[in-house]
Design a protein around this ligand. Sequence first.
Ligand code: ADP
Ligand code: MG
Length: 446
Amino acid sequence: QWGALQDQLSSTIGENNYKTWIKPIEFSGIEPGGVAVFNVPTNFIGSYVSQNYGDLLLAKLSMLDADVRRLKFQVANMDARPAQPRPAPAAAPTPPTNDLLPGAPLDARFTFDSFVVGKPNELAHAAAKRVGEGGQVTFNPLFLYGGVGLGKTHLMHAIAWELRTHRPDLNVLYLSAEQFMYRFVQALRERRMMDFKELFRSVDVLMVDDVQFIAGKDSTQEEFFHTFNALVDQNKQIIISADRAPDEIKDLENRIRSRLQSGLVVDLHPTDYELRLGILQSKVQNYREQYPSLQLDDGILEFLAHRISTNVRVLEGALTRLFAFASLVGQPITMELTQDCLSDVLRASDRKISIEEIQRKVAEHYHIRLSDLIGPKRVRNFARPRQVAMYLCKQLTARSLPEIGRRFGGRDHTTVMHGVKRIEELRSQDSQIADDIELLRRALEA
Ligand code: ADP
Ligand code: MG
């Protein structure tokens, strides 16, 4: 299997890289705990491979054997092997030893190909695509933010994969802010700050996921700030994600906040119905390739796209469960089966946010009375918040337009539709409205 994998690697990273780095190493076996062990002729080759091709190796290996979690490179006496080309050790800088090498494995499923683009994520997708091309650094950092399960990690991995393929010469490092902190603390403890700094400053593209994690962690922030500056000074691309906008992250030093804002800040909006449907359809299509006999009643995907929350992870989980259940009982997937199998998920999304809750929050936010929000007056001071509330009802609940209309003082469904459309337009033109909606949404979903 290692032979087959080597062949694949050779075509992915190019003949030359392959000869220099991969050919000299030898797969030795898998240790308990899912540690894939490689024999390497020198420490230097080991650290280079781990740093530059570690994620790729890990991803490929874990496709062959799902248990593989980590890689280990050990210097072994490889005399039995034919002589290998080696980089001249004298010219190489003293390599930092292995366990400090950062980087988290990339998920093989998180590619641009599998990312479904819709209104709520098109900007983020376009920006990520651009960075993935690995051309000139035009915005630095790229800051992606949005709620849980909206595709931030997916996009970051997709960028990394893309760079791997198109720019194998670039040294790309992806890790979570938590891992960054962990490495940092470890380096401090082991008095290896020089190694740590050298490592992080030697990357060409740095991606740090979930940066909100380091808020309030002072010395980690400090180190992050220095790393960040050093890389930006060298015109190296940085990509950051967080669950909220830079100015909403509490306990973050101001200089870091402003650094984070200095590039391109894009958010992933909560999914809308169309995007959810698109995602479900693409998952079903993948599934069909494996199980051509899959039977699925029409309308089930639409039902799920309507009923399940904005979080894509939950949506995917529901679909997987449905497939598993259906194949277990050997029945076609009908509406009854769906409701049976997913009753808890559906209940949870039902109970989620009510129209009253939205109305209350919106009235509060705009300092108007609930009765004015729902009532007949058409003055702008009431009409705009009313439209915002309708929009949120459409986005966050599974209620139909006529039903929403009824709950707003018996208005017609076309009035609701018009309101929703209006806010959709305004949202992209009027940043005040966009901010209001974002705030309200977070408050409601909290
Ligand atoms: P986040 O990091 O924002 O919390 P993830 O990137 O982990 O979210 O996404 C959660 C799950 O949803 C992943 O399995 C991801 O593949 C999937 N997902 C999210 N957005 C999309 C999309 N637009 N198209 C396809 N899958 C998506
Ligand atoms: Mg994530």
